[in-house]
Design a protein around this ligand. Sequence first.
Ligand SMILES: Cc1cc2nc3c(=O)[nH]c(=O)nc-3n(C[C@H](O)[C@H](O)[C@H](O)COP(=O)(O)O)c2cc1C
Length: 174
Amino acid sequence: MELKAIVYTSNTGYTAQYAALLAKKTGLHAYTLDEALGKLPDGAEIIYMGWIMAGKIQGFITALKRYQVAAVCGVGMNPTGAQLTVVRQANGLHEDMPVFTLQGGLNMDKLHGFKRLILKIMGGSMGRQLMAKQDRTPEEDAILDMFRNGGDRVSMQNLKDVVSWYEQETGKKL
Ligand SMILES: Cc1cc2nc3c(=O)[nH]c(=O)nc-3n(C[C@H](O)[C@H](O)[C@H](O)COP(=O)(O)O)c2cc1C
């Protein structure tokens, strides 16, 4: 099998940014899941990227039904590389499935309705817990800052493990 494309689902744009960066680096085309369902043949081998909502990588189940997912990236607000076990469990990922977590960002202005409400509640309760902590780690400070001020943490650097995986998988040197 040969990797054919990157397929992604993004709500506020951070996952779309990662898909574009990875597409540029690898030369693969990046499709939104909706585009892919119309254009990409069933069974094509893909890298799937989806934003994380309440632990679940959005669109992943649909992608898995149609395509051969070679690796999956979950984009959330936690630091890149964190919560791999949690994400694996929450999404029922087989241990053979390569999985990467990438830090996206938070933009309250782009959130509406129930998603905005949930985030406000999450931010409120996590914020209070973290504020009450005496010995916050730099990561916890970063999360607190993200909830308070929003922020864009998308970078090529965050994709380095994905790129290494791709190089190993394809034998190409990028
Ligand atoms: C309702 C809601 C629930 C979320 N749940 C999680 C979560 O469980 N874990 C996480 O790391 N990020 C969570 N996030 C943060 C998003 O995954 C993060 O903002 C991500 O960068 C969004 O990507 P997008 O711009 O591609 O939509 C949540 C965001 C919203 C709005």
